[in-house]
Ligand binder design. Structure first.
Ligand SMILES: Nc1ncnc2c1ncn2[C@@H]1O[C@H](COP(=O)(O)OP(=O)(O)OP(=O)(O)O)[C@@H](O)[C@H]1O
Ligand SMILES: [Mg+2]
Length: 639
C-alpha cells in the first residue's frame, strides 16, 4: 500500500478457514473493533500500512490509528454510528487521515460495516490509503489554479473556448474559472474564486433557481442544466445556459463539479421575437370581427378566439369541450351542422352553412359558418380551421327585401287581375249560367205527373259539376289575390299554366288572339311557388296579348310551350306575333317602372325576373325569326 516495495504473494494457510484467508488476503486494510472501539483483530495490510504488528494493536482503542488531534472527538462519532449502524463510508466530505506508528500521516477512505456475532456487535473498518489519488488531484488543482505556474497547452485551450468554464469543489466553492469568465463578468480572479461570486453576477430571480438546483443535485450527484441571466461587466444581463457535471470517486461521492456557461442571449432573443410574433398574431386573431376556431380532425375544439367567448359567454373550458356547439347552436341548425361534419369527415372538403347561434343574452343571431381542412402531405385532414361571421344584419336586410318584393309582387298581381276583371267575371259567369240553365232543366224534368227522374238526376249532376268549376275559379282568384308568403314545393308546371290560361281565356279571345299550348307530356315537376310562377306566366301572356293589339296584317297568335331543359331545369316559353322589342331597349324592359303602355306600371318583368331568379332560373327575351318576340324562363326541377 503505502510501501513502495510490492508485497510478495502470501501463501494460504491451510489451518485457517476460507473466511480467515479472505480477511487476510484483502487488498484493503481491515480493522475489527468491538462496541467500545477496542481493536479485536487486524489483517496483515493493517500491519504494513500502519507499521504496527498485530499483537501490538489487539486490545488498543481504534483511535490509535489516527492523528492525535482527532482522537478526543472520535468516540462521539463512534457512538452516533453504533446508534444507527449501516454499511457506509465514514466521515463523508471530511478529509480522513491515518497515522502510522512512526507518526507519519496519510489520507484514507474508510468504509464501515456493523456485524452481529454471538459475542455481541462488532464493527469492520475497511481502510484504503488514498495518498496517490490525493496527490494526483492536488496536482490537477495546482494545474488549474496557478496560471503563472501552468501556461500549458490545456490551460490556453480552456481559456480560449467560447464558454465560461469552471471547476467547483463538492461544496460549490469555485476552484477555477477560465479567462473568458473573468473577461465577461469583470471579476478579479480572487472575486471569481469566492463562493459569493454567483450571488454577485447572477440575476436575483435566477439565483434562487440555481441554489435550489444545487441543493438538489448535491444529494443526487446528478448533472444539471439551467438557463440564467448573468451580468457582464457593462452591467447588462445576458442569458446563459448553465451546465454542471459532477466528478465522483469510486464510491460515488462528488469530488468536483465541472461547469460551463454558454452565451445563449441571441437564441433567447430570437425565441422572444417568435413569442412576441405569436402574441401579435394572437391579438390579431382576437381582434378580427369573426369567431375563429381550430378543431382537431374529430371536431374537438383546440382553440377559440376571444370574440367567440365574448359573444357566447362560454368559459374557455366550456368552449373547448366537444359539446360546446350543442350548447349554443339552434337545435334546428345543429342537426344540419352535424350532418355536414359527418360528411366532411369522410370527404375532407371545406364547407359553409348558415346557422343561428345563441349569445350570452340568450338571443339567437344568424352566423355564416365556414370550415376549412388543413391536410398533411398525404391528404389526411389534421385540423379544421373555422370562422363564424355574424350575418344577422344581412339576414334581416334580406328578409326585409324579400318582404318588400313579396308585397310589391302582390300589389302588381292584384293590378294585373284588375285588368283581367272582365275575363275573370266571364270565367266565373259561365259555370254560373250553366247552373241556372241546368237548374231550370232539372225543375222541368221533375214537374208533371210523371217526372223523369233519370233526366233530372243528370241535370243535377251538371249543376254540381258547374258549381265545382265556379268554386275552383274563385279559389284560384283568391289564391292569386291573397297569398304573400313564398312556399316552394313540387309543382306541375303544365297544370299551373292551364289555370292561368283559364283565367285569361276570355281576355285573350276578346283581343282577337288565338292561344295555343304545346306542353311536354313528360315534363318533370318543378320546385317552386305556384302563385309566384303563375304571376310570371300571367304577365308574359298579358304582355304578349298587348303587343299584338295593334297588329292587323297577320294572325295574332300566342303559343305557350313547356319542355325539359338540359341540366336540371324546366323551361317555359311564351311566343307572340306582336310588334317586337326595339333591340336598343332589350335590356331596359326588365327595369322597374319601364313601360311603353298607357296604363302600364312597368313592374311586370322586373318582378318576374326576381321571382325566376329566386327559383334558380333565368328570364330572357329573344326576337322571333319572323315578327314578334319569344320570352323564355327556366325553373329548377324538383327532386
Ligand atoms: N311581348 C312583348 N312584345 C313587345 N314588347 C314587350 C313585350 N313584353 C314586354 N314588352 C315591353 O316591355 C315593357 C315592360 O313590360 P312589363 O311587363 O315589365 O311592364 P308593363 O307590361 O308595361 O306594365 P305591367 O307592370 O302592367 O306589367 C312593356 O311596356 C313593353 O314595352
Ligand atoms: Mg306587363
Amino acid at each position: 500500500m503505502n510501501d513502495p516495495t510490492p508485497q510478495k504473494p502470501q501463501k494460504i494457510d491451510p489451518t485457517q478457514t476460507l473466511f480467515e484467508n479472505l480477511f487476510e488476503f484483502s487488498p484493503d486494510a481491515i480493522v475489527v473493533t468491538d462496541e467500545n472501539g477496542r481493536i479485536r483483530n487486524v489483517n496483515s495490510q493493517v500491519e504494513s500500512a500502519f507499521g504496527y504488528t498485530r499483537a501490538e494493536l489487539l486490545g488498543l482503542p481504534v483511535e490509535t490509528l489516527m492523528p492525535e488531534r482527532f482522537r478526543t472527538a472520535h468516540p462521539n462519532y463512534r457512538g452516533s454510528y453504533s446508534a444507527h449502524p449501516s454499511v457506509r463510508p465514514m466521515g463523508t466530505g471530511l478529509e480522513l487521515l491515518g497515522r502510522r506508528k512512526d507518526g507519519a500521516e496519510f489520507p484514507v477512505d474508510i468504509m464501515l460495516s456493523p456485524m452481529e456475532t454471538a459475542g455481541g456487535q462488532i464493527f469492520l473498518a475497511v481502510i484504503r490509503d488514498v495518498s496517490e489519488r490525493k496527490r494526483a488531484e492536488e496536482a490537477l488543482q495546482q494545474l488549474w489554479i496557478s496560471k503563472e505556474q501552468t501556461e500549458g497547452e490545456l490551460r490556453r485551450l480552456i481559456d480560449a473556448i467560447p464558454q465560461q468554464v469552471f471547476v467547483f469543489d463538492a461544496d460549490w466553492t469555485p476552484l477555477f474559472a477560465n479567462q473568458r469568465e473573468l473577461e465577461y463578468t469583470g471579476l478579479t480572479p480572487q472575486e471569481a474564486q469566492s463562493k459569493e461570486a454567483v450571488a454577485r453576477i447572477f440575476h436575483p430571480e435566477d439565483l434562487n433557481q440555481l441554489e435550489g438546483l444545487r441543493e438538489r443535485v448535491r444529494s443526487e450527484g446528478a448533472p444539471f442544466e439551467m438557463e440564467a441571466r448573468i451580468r457582464g461587466k457593462d452591467g447588462q444581463y445576458r442569458w446563459f445556459l448553465i451546465r454542471d457535471n459532477p466528478l465522483r470517486d469510486e464510491q460515488g461521492r462528488v469530488l468536483r463539479w465541472y461547469g460551463t456557461r454558454t452565451d445563449i442571449e441571441d437564441r433567447k432573443r430570437a425565441e422572444e421575437r417568435v413569442r412576441q410574433g405569436e402574441g401579435e398574431l394572437r391579438q390579431l386573431i382576437d381582434a378580427i370581427p369573426q369567431q375563429v376556431f381550430v378543431f382537431d380532425v374529430n371536431w374537438n375544439p383546440l382553440f377559440a378566439n376571444r370574440r367567440e367567448l365574448e359573444y357566447t359567454g362560454l368559459t374557455p373550458q366550456e368552449a373547448q369541450s366537444k359539446d360546446a356547439v350543442a350548447k349554443i347552436f339552434h337545435p334546428e341548425d345543429l342537426k344540419q351542422l352535424e350532418g355536414l361534419r359527418e360528411r366532411m369527415l369522410s370527404e375532407g372538403a371545406a364547407f359553409e352553412m348558415e346557422a343561428r347561434i345563441r349569445g350570452k343574452d340568450g338571443q339567437y343571431r344568424w352566423f355564416l359558418i365556414r370550415d376549412n381542412p388543413l391536410r398533411d402531405e398525404r391528404g389526411r385532414v389534421l385540423r379544421w380551421y373555422g370562422t363564424r361571421t355574424d350575418i344577422e344584419d344581412r339576414k334581416r336586410a334580406e328578409e326585409a327585401l324579400r318582404k318588400a318584393q313579396a308585397d310589391l309582387a302582390h300589389v302588381t298581381r292584384i293590378m294585373t287581375m284588375g285588368e283581367l276583371a272582365a275575363s275573370i267575371a266571364h270565367e266565373v259567369n259561365q259555370p254560373i249560367s250553366g247552373i241556372v240553365i241546368n237548374g231550370n232543366t232539372c225543375l222541368r224534368w221533375l214537374a208533371g205527373d210523371s217526372p223523369n227522374l233519370d233526366e233530372a238526376r243528370e241535370a243535377a249532376r251538371r249543376i254540381v259539376r258547374d258549381g265545382k268549376r265556379a268554386g275552383d275559379v274563385i279559389a284560384r282568384i283568391r289564391a292569386l289575390a291573397t297569398k304573400t308568403v313564398t312556399v316552394k314545393g313540387r309543382l306541375d308546371m303544365n297544370e299551373a299554366i292551364r289555370e292561368v290560361v283559364a283565367l285569361a281565356r276570355d281576355e285573350v279571345r276578346r283581343s282577337g288572339v288565338t292561344l295555343r299550348t304545346e306542353f311536354a307530356d313528360d315534363l318533370s315537376p318543378a320546385l317552386g311557388d305556384r302563385v309566384q310562377l303563375q304571376q310570371v306566366v300571367l304577365n308574359l301572356v298579358m304582355n304578349g296579348v298587348q303587343a299584338m293589339s295593334t297588329v292587323e296584317e297577320r294572325r295574332r297568335e300566342l303559343v305557350i310551350r313547356t319542355q325539359n331543359d338540359e341540366g336540371d331545369q324546366v323551361r317555359v316559353t311564351v311566343q307572340d306575333s306582336g310588334i317586337g322589342i326595339d333591340p336598343q331597349r332589350m335590356q331596359r324592359i326588365y327595369d322597374a317602372f319601364y313601360t311603353t303602355k298607357h296604363g302600364g306600371m312597368g313592374m311586370g318583368l322586373s318582378i318576374s325576373r326576381s321571382i325566376v331568379q329566386d327559383h334558380g332560373g333565368q328570364l330572357w327575351a329573344m326576337a322571333n325569326d319572323g315578327p314578334g318576340t319569344t320570352f323564355h324562363f327556366t325553373v329548377a326541377k324538383h327532386h
